[in-house]
Write a protein that binds this ligand. Structure first.
Ligand SMILES: Nc1ncnc2c1ncn2[C@@H]1O[C@H](COP(=O)(O)OP(=O)(O)OP(=O)(O)O)[C@@H](O)[C@H]1O
Length: 271
């Protein structure tokens, strides 16, 4: 079954091959380790701010089995990432336009059984293909929580990895586990703190994590770059419940300014 899916898929992929090998598309994978730290909310909001700055942005909901970005964007897409992965549809067909200009979504599918495809590097192929497609400036990939094989698959093909964490000890333990994993064959990790009132607190904890990595002799060439903090606001949950984006509704709020600052740093560091 997989072979037929795969050959169907490669036909579709060939249709989307670029005319040259130079892709303008930057891929940023957003991950967290611990669940519930605010990753999807953060991804949707920075996607909007990046699109507002004029970048053509597509978000991929790669949280296998728990698709919630479509809720945040208030969409009910007919086609999902898995229609592409399973070879039925092309990239352009599985992309849904959001209500916001320059901003699209490749939706996930709740309850999807990845075991259907039971073959490594099937999912992350979309990363290569979307770069080849060369139609977007920025691709944001929202992975599931944890460090399971699907998350690792996306991390392995990403040039830019951003970890969102909180100051909660269990979230920090998970981020350190992520640092250990990435330090083996990646050059860097961008680190952002959610639910963190002060920029300095995030900075201090980032330095402690880097010191711990030194003490434990993690690869010295592996860099952890702190890119900023996001405070807590009840309005974030409220806007999400209303299927709206916080940064769109509260354009001059302190949290929107914090997110803009995160983006400034992020854009400076993009590979
Ligand atoms: N800075 C914040 N202030 C207040 N509430 C927030 C903030 N960030 C996220 N939230 C809320 O926290 C909850 C969890 O957020 P979200 O679903 O984005 O987390 P997640 O990390 O993607 O979760 P999962 O691990 O399930 O994928 C949501 O109700 C969201 O509205």
């Amino acid at each position: 079954m997989f072979n037929s899916i795969s050959s169907q898929a490669s036909k579709l992929i060939n249709l989307t091959k670029p005319k040259n090998n130079i892709s303008k598309t930057k891929v940023i994978t957003i991950t967290s380790g611990k669940g519930g730290v605010g990753k999807s909310t953060f991804t949707a909001n920075i996607a909007y701010l990046l699109a507002k700055r004029g970048f053509k942005v597509v978000v991929i909901d790669a949280d296998i089995g728990l698709a919630n970005l479509q809720v945040l964007f208030d969409l009910k897409p007919k086609l999902t990432l898995f229609d592409y992965i399973e070879g039925r549809n092309s990239i352009s067909e599985v992309v849904s336009n959001t209500a916001y200009s320059n901003l699209s979504l490749i939706a996930g599918k709740s309850g999807y059984q990845y075991a259907n495809l039971n073959n490594s590097l099937v999912l992350s192929r979309i990363v290569h293909d979307i770069k080849d497609y060369n139609n977007y400036d920025i691709v944001l990939i929202d992975t599931g929580a944890g460090l399971n094989e699907y998350v690792q698959e996306f991390l392995s093909v990403s040039d830019n990895i951003l970890a969102l964490t909180t100051t909660d000890p269990s979230a920090l333990t998970d981020v350190y586990a992520l640092m250990k994993l990435l330090s083996i064959d990646k050059k860097s990790l961008l680190l952002c703190f959610n639910h963190t009132r002060s920029y300095q607190i995030g900075e201090t904890i980032s330095k402690s994590l880097v010191n711990l990595a030194k003490k434990n002799l993690l690869n010295p060439n592996f860099m952890v770059k702190y890119i900023g903090n996001v405070s807590t606001s009840a309005n974030i949950s409220t806007t999400s419940r209303l299927r709206k984006l916080f940064v769109h509704e509260f354009q001059h709020d302190q949290i929107t300014k914090e997110l803009q600052k995160v983006i400034d740093t992020l854009l400076n560091d993009l590979k």
